[in-house]
Ligand binder design. Structure first.
Ligand code: NI
Length: 501
C-alpha cells in the first residue's frame, strides 16, 4: 500500500444535515475522511498498489454512528475482470453482513441509552477484511482472506483462500488442487499427528500433576478427532504460501479450546507430492514421487508417534490367498498400512502378492512354511520352517521379515530360542475363522485399545468383505493405522513376545 494511485472519497450525510455538503470537495484524503465526530456516514475507497506489479488493492472504509460502526474491507484488483468480479462479490457479501450487524448493534445501543440513560461501550460493529497474495505465477494466483468481526463481546476470525486460473479467470476449487481422492483422509491423519504434537508440547508447559496433564491430553484428543474428521468443511481453510507450505487453519473451537483461537498446522508440499494435482506440482516444481504408492508415507514418516496418536495395527495371517488382492486394493484406497504374516507355502504359489505387499508399503512377517505347531517340532525343523520361508520371501521382495508369528500363537522356551527374533502375537482376536455374523465380526475387530494389534486372516472372504467397514469405524474412533514396527516401543528384543504396544 505504498503508492496511492487513486483516492475517491464520498461522504454520505445522514442526520448531521446538509450544511456539511459544502465540505465535500475538500475531503480528498483518507485523513480528512476520518475527521468525523458527528453522526454522519463516511465511505472511503482507496486504490493502491501492492508488492505485486499487476495487483492493486481496493480498500473500502465505512464509519458511522460516531465510530461505533467501523468497517474496512480490502481486496485485490487484478488484470482479469472475471477474477475481480468474483472478489467483489465475496467482499460485497462481507459488507452486507457488516451493514446488517451494524444496524442491529446500533439499535441495541439506542435502546440501552433510552432505557438507562447510559452509553454502552460494548454495542459496536467492527469488521475487517484483509487479504494477502499467497502464491502467484503466470498461470495461477492464490489469495488468503481474513474476516475479522467484533461485536463488542468476543471477536471472531475466519480465514479462507481463493485460487484462480489467471488466464481464464476461473476459480479453482480445493478439490482441483489435490490429485488424490483421499486427500481429506490424508490431511486428517497429518493434522491429527501435528495437533497432538502441539498439545503434547503445551501440556509440558502446564504445571500440574501427571493426572492433570493426561486429562488435558485426553480431553483435547477427543475434540481434535472430531474437528479433523476427513470432511470438506473441516478443511476449507487451506492456504499455500509461495514457499510451498500448506497451512491448514482450524476455526476457533474447531479442534482446541476457544482460548487457543485459530489453530493451524503446516505441511510442506514436498512431503505430500502424491496428493498434489499436476497444477500445484507445476507451480512449485515438485516431482511426483515415482517409487512407491502413497500408502507408504505413514510408515516412512518417523513422525508417527504412538505415544500420542491413538494407534492400531491390522495384521493378516495365513496368506497370501485369492482374497489378498482385494484386501490390498482396500488398504490402498483407504491409505492404511498393515502387516502380513505369510506362509512360505502360500507365498510360493502367489509371489506377486508378496511383491505387492512390500511395494505398497506394508510390513511382511514370517508365519512359518506350512503352519505347523512349532512346539511339536525338533529344533532343526523349527529352523527349517523359518529359514525356508525367509529365503523365499527375500528372493521375491528383497525383504527379510523382522518378526515371527508362530502358528496358533503357540510357543515355549525352546521355540523362543530357535526363533531368535521378536514374536508378535495380538491383543484383539475376533476369531474371524469361525465366521461369526458380519455385524458381530465388525464389532469384534473394532474393539481395540490404543496400541492394539488386531488379528485377522486374509484367507477368508468373509473377513476381507468387512475390512472397509472395520477401517472406517476405527478411523471414526480416531485410530491411526500403523505397522507392527511402528506400534511397538523400541527397542524390540529378540526372544520376546509382544501382544500390543
Ligand atoms: Ni495362522
Amino acid at each position: 500500500m505504498k503508492k496511492i494511485i487513486l483516492i475517491i472519497t464520498i461522504v454520505l450525510i445522514s442526520v448531521a444535515g446538509l450544511a456539511l455538503l459544502s465540505n465535500q470537495s475538500s475531503l480528498t484524503t483518507t485523513e480528512t475522511a476520518k475527521n468525523n465526530n458527528s453522526n454522519e456516514k463516511t465511505e472511503t475507497t482507496v486504490i493502491s498498489s501492492s508488492k505485486y506489479d499487476d495487483i492493486n488493492v481496493k480498500t473500502i472504509e465505512l464509519r458511522e454512528n460516531e465510530n461505533r460502526s467501523l468497517m474496512s474491507v480490502s481486496y485485490p484488483v487484478t488484470e482479469n475482470e472475471k477474477i475481480n468480479k468474483n472478489l467483489e462479490i465475496t467482499s460485497q457479501g462481507f459488507i452486507d453482513s457488516f451493514n446488517e450487524t451494524a444496524e442491529k448493534q446500533e439499535q441495541l445501543y439506542q435502546d440501552y441509552l433510552t432505557e438507562t440513560g447510559t452509553k454502552s461501550y460494548t454495542t459496536v460493529a467492527d469488521f475487517t477484511q484483509h487479504f494477502d497474495v499467497t502464491f502467484a505465477n503466470e498461470n495461477y494466483i492464490s489469495f488468503v482472506f481474513d474476516h475479522y468481526k467484533n461485536t463488542g463481546g468476543t471477536g471472531s476470525d475466519t480465514i479462507f483462500s481463493k485460487v484462480f486460473d489467471r488466464v481464464s479467470g476461473e476459480e479453482i476449487s480445493l478439490n482441483e488442487l489435490f490429485a488424490d481422492d483421499n486427500y481429506l483422509e490424508k490431511l486428517s491423519v497429518i493434522s491429527r499427528e501435528k495437533l497432538y504434537k502441539k498439545i503434547e508440547q503445551k501440556s509440558k508447559n502446564l504445571d500440574g500433576t501427571q493426572k492433570a496433564i493426561t486429562e488435558y491430553l485426553e480431553s483435547n484428543r477427543e475434540s481434535i478427532v472430531i474437528g479433523t474428521e476427513p470432511v470438506q468443511e473441516n478443511f476449507d481453510a487451506l492456504v499455500i504460501s509461495d514457499e510451498g507450505i500448506l497451512t491448514i487453519y482450524f476455526d476457533k473451537y474447531q479442534v482446541l479450546a476457544g482460548s487457543e483461537g485459530i489453530v493451524s498446522v503446516e505441511i510442506s508440499l514436498e512431503d505430500i507430492p502424491e496428493l498434489l494435482s499436476p497444477t500445484l506440482r507445476d507451480v512449485f516444481s515438485i516431482k511426483k514421487s515415482t517409487n512407491k504408492t502413497p500408502v507408504l508415507t505413514q510408515q516412512q514418516s518417523p513422525s508417527v508417534d504412538c505415544d500420542f496418536l491413538k494407534c492400531v495395527a491390522l495384521t493378516f495371517d495365513d496368506g497370501p490367498s485369492i482374497y489378498t488382492g482385494t484386501l490390498l486394493d482396500t488398504l490402498a484406497r483407504e491409505q492404511v498400512p498393515a502387516t502380513f504374516f505369510v506362509l512360505g507355502r502360500s507365498a510360493k504359489i502367489q509371489p506377486d502378492s508378496i511383491a505387492r505387499i512390500v511395494a505398497e508399503g506394508h510390513e511382511l512377517g514370517n508365519h512359518t512354511w506350512d503352519h505347523k505347531d512349532l512346539r511339536t517340532l525338533s529344533g532343526i525343523d523349527i529352523d527349517a520352517q523359518l529359514q525356508k520361508t525367509d529365503d523365499l520371501l527375500y528372493s521375491i521382495s528383497q525383504v527379510k521379515p523382522l518378526y515371527v508369528r508362530p502358528p496358533y500363537g503357540a510357543y515355549n522356551n525352546d521355540v523362543l530360542q530357535h526363533i531368535n527374533r521378536p514374536i508378535i502375537l495380538w491383543s484383539v482376536d475376533p476369531e474371524d475363522w469361525k465366521k461369526p455374523p458380519r455385524e458381530e465380526l465388525i464389532q469384534r475387530m473394532t474393539s481395540s485399545k490404543s496400541g492394539g494389534i488386531i488379528l485377522a486372516h486374509d484367507i477368508h472372504r468373509s473377513t476381507i468383505q468387512v475390512i472397509p467397514e472395520v477401517i472406517s469405524e476405527l478411523k471414526r474412533q480416531g485410530f491411526t493405522f500403523v505397522t507392527v514396527t511402528d506400534i511397538l516401543r523400541q527397542p524390540i528384543e529378540p526372544g520376546m513376545a509382544y501382544r500390543h504396544r
